[in-house]
Design a binder for this molecule. Structure first.
Ligand code: TYD
Length: 207
């Protein structure tokens, strides 16, 4: 594990319900960070490594017990941390991850009922003291998220869930943000892409 002393870079994560629009803003965030002359590693979860992407294919399309899903998320995460995140942070890069452990708290715990202490145990085991330096939470009302998904590509397993699932998800994310307010920046993503972009730029400027 990279200790705080060895860690030279910054770890930034993006979170939000499906349809909140976070992925749209990745290129601009990369551009803003690269303009500082630092290396930027843009990655995603589940995934980010060869094995992780194979696990992603299973996770997004196969039905399984929520605890199996949690364990596979953390298996992919272990690989991601060892092969991508820690080496990048140790050499001083900015790591931008499209989702990380807050997604497990929101989806597997908040929406699917896995007990939080089980996720916490895995978090401690797999991550040591590695936590994001900053998390941008793209927040939209559930109806907006569902509307956006309805006009998007073929939905995966999570994107086919109902409004009740999405409401639990949103509340779980907002709770994570309230409990970790020193890390979270909530972005009101219920507006035009240009307006959201301005908010994203303001947050990135503070990091
Ligand atoms: P997502 O990041 O939304 O990618 P895309 O934009 O390509 O659909 O998809 C990943 C899905 O995985 C998303 O529905 C949330 C889910 N997920 C979890 O349920 N738990 C986790 O810990 C992570 C990282 C993702």
């Amino acid at each position: 594990m990279v200790s705080e002393q060895v860690k030279k870079g910054k770890f930034i994560t993006l979170e939000g319900m499906d349809g909140a629009g976070k992925s749209t803003h990745i290129p601009i965030i990369v551009e803003l960070l690269e303009a500082r002359g630092v290396e930027v590693v843009s990655t995603r979860e589940p995934g980010g490594t060869l094995l992780g992407e194979q696990l992603r294919a299973l996770l997004l399309h196969e039905t399984m017990h929520p605890e199996t899903e949690t364990l596979l998320m953390f298996a992919a995460r272990r690989e991601h941390i060892a092969n991508v995140i820690e080496p990048a942070l140790a050499r001083g890069a900015y790591v931008l991850s499209d989702r990380f452990t807050d997604a497990t708290y929101a989806y597997q715990c908040g929406a699917k009922g896995v007990l939080p202490h089980k996720i916490k145990q895995l978090e401690t085991w797999v991550q040591g003291d590695l936590r994001p330096d900053a998390t941008l939470l793209f927040d939209v009302p559930v109806e907006i998220s569902l509307q956006r998904l309805a006009s998007a590509r073929e939905p995966d397993k999570f994107e086919r869930e109902n409004a009740q699932f999405f409401e639990k998800l949103r509340q779980a994310y907002l709770l994570r943000a309230a409990e970790n307010s020193h890390i979270f920046h909530i972005i009101d993503a219920n507006q035009s892409i240009d307006k959201v972009k301005v908010l994203v730029k303001e947050v990135i400027a503070t990091l």
